[in-house]
Design a binder for this molecule. Structure first.
Ligand code: ATP
Ligand code: ATP
Lengths: 216, 216
């Protein structure tokens, strides 16, 4: 398990911090807003009220001993950029920073951020890539034009065998079949689809689109 | 292909609109900021300057004929909520709206949004779920604690056969092997891993974590 410091507990910072605690990592949250600090004091390993760009305070908190620092601040670019630079100068091996836009992202890379995330842009792109007549609940871009998508089993397929529902010639592969908490990898063709099943499919976006619209 | 209207061309709205045009859908962009409208006029099928909550204007633009309307506005909640309600009252089959936070999201659902997206929260959660010592470039949550992750092939595995690199007992499955633009589904055990290969792996988060930290 790792030690992670999250500087800036907005929507992004809070979501990362909470999920890392759930996964068993040790998380220190830092924010200059006392309400935020109090609200999260029960959820994170430690939460302190401090100024993200006060190098002395960050050193006193032992920031250099953390495996990763996440900077989740974008309203004031100077704060995000300085906090990232300070963390790298103190020797933190990995700094991940949220960017407001591409220009901000480029500055963060130049001052040493190991990874820059763009929540609004990436969520917009993911929504468009998983676009289809089916209700795709989530997707992963594999290469341009080829995606993995997670869908509830369409009503038109319930009760059918897999090898009937998904003929080999359609260019769509079923990677995983999820039944409750049980995940079946490479399901065999004689598996019969049931309501509530979740399918994880892979293929060219057009092939998936054709497959879904053919089920109607 | 579908007809989609995107109301509010911020980072999220612009990203969705651009990617949908790339995928061949017809996209109408609407924003009240003239600079934004001009900037995107070359990228989208149509872009107009209009007020998102002016029902007469939306009707004149023929909003009810669109398959989907996306509302990407969160600075002023009233605007997002009214635009969503107007689109549903005009009969748009699917409205997808960006929410600032959970309370905003609940109001959007109550006024008829078919789907609500939370870019900052979801990106934060995805980052934490794909957390590991390896550089996971993207991930998909299958069920709680089980993910699919896309990684560059680790240096320690280059030159090795798949069945050596990934022993069956580790609880990690290789779903796809990506070599340039070529995607190999269910790669066979005698495949030899090369630099630049991209692996799409599935497994319990702990099993993936163990697999990655064992490669060092
Ligand atoms: N100098 C600072 N020191 C510590 N915390 C700060 C500082 N500046 C901002 N913050 C905190 O960082 C958090 C996120 O800040 P900000 O609003 O800039 O980011 P955001 O990108 O809008 O966040 P979100 O993740 O909600 O989109 C807030 O909780 C804020 O109190
Ligand atoms: N009443 C309105 N009519 C039309 N467009 C509007 C209206 N209000 C805001 N917009 C536009 O919507 C876009 C996004 O607005 P806003 O800043 O509220 O969202 P945001 O959630 O901060 O965006 P993002 O995070 O995606 O960048 C802006 O380009 C803005 O000009």
């Amino acid at each position: 398990k790792q030690q992670v410091a999250v500087i800036g507990l907005g929507r992004f910072g809070t979501a990362v911090a909470r999920e890392l605690v759930k996964a068993g990592h040790e998380v220190l949250g830092i924010d200059h807003n006392l309400d935020v600090v109090q609200e999260l004091s029960a959820d994170l390993s430690h939460v302190v009220q401090a100024d993200a760009i006060d190098q002395d305070t960050l050193q006193r908190l032992g920031i250099e001993d953390f495996d990763t620092v996440i900077v989740g601040i974008t309203e004031v670019l100077e704060t995000s950029i300085l906090a990232t630079l300070i963390a790298k100068r103190l020797g933190v091996p990995r700094v991940i920073a949220k960017a407001r836009n591409e220009l901000h992202g480029e500055i963060l890379e130049r001052v040493g951020a190991d990874r820059v995330v763009y929540p609004e842009r990436d969520t917009g792109m993911r929504l468009a890539h998983a676009w289809s007549s089916m209700d795709i609940t989530d997707s992963l871009d594999v290469v341009e034009g080829y995606i993995i998508s997670r869908v509830m089993v369409p009503e038109g397929l319930v009760g059918r065998r897999l090898d009937e529902a998904l003929r080999a010639d359609e260019g769509v592969s079923l990677l995983l079949l999820v039944r409750g908490a049980h995940v079946i990898v490479y399901p065999s063709g004689d598996e019969v689809l049931a309501t509530e099943d979740v399918l994880v499919l892979a293929g060219q976006t057009e092939a998936l689109e054709r497959f879904f619209s053919g089920i109607r």
